[in-house]
Design a protein. Structure first.
Length: 152
């Protein structure tokens, strides 16, 4: 799906605040409410917009201890990769999981309450997954930038 300048502007506005009304978006874009509504539906049907979500304050829900966990598998067979991926996506503490190149096979972004909760997560959940050869944890000191807005 090819995006024109109006689509891009609409997506930028929605990324900043998806709770805006169609009327508010129409005013900002100098379009009719119907035109904005139809463009949003087109972007949803084209899977450009894949969903809407609420962003939470991790500190207020006691999940502000962020860890980037590097995982190496014992072997790189298709079975080990698919098995690990199938299991890791089920762990609610894992916010993001990336299959990467380099020394690690995966990088996980984990959100828990504190070091004790991370230790429990590691010993009872993560290291019990099949095919993990080793892990290496990096703890976040301060969040400098965290954005969900993609530049168009």
């Amino acid at each position: 799906m090819k995006l024109d300048d109006i689509d891009k502007k609409l997506l930028e506005l929605l990324q900043k605040d998806a709770k805006q009304t169609t009327k508010s978006l129409a005013i900002q874009m100098d379009l009719s409410k119907t035109a904005v509504y139809e463009r949003i539906r087109k972007l949803e049907k084209g899977d450009i917009i894949t969903g809407y979500t609420a962003l939470l304050d991790k500190k207020k829900i006691n999940k502000a201890f962020i860890v980037f966990c590097h995982v190496r598998l014992t072997q790189h067979t298709k079975e080990h990769i698919t098995s690990f991926e199938r299991e890791v996506v089920r762990l609610p503490e894992v916010l993001e999981c990336y299959h990467v190149s380099g020394e690690s096979d995966y990088i996980l972004k984990v959100s828990v309450a504190d070091m004790g909760a991370y230790r429990t997560f590691m010993t009872t959940k993560l290291t019990s997954l099949k095919h993990i050869g080793s892990t290496h944890s990096i703890f976040m000191i301060e969040e400098v930038k965290n954005s969900t807005v993609l530049s168009l």
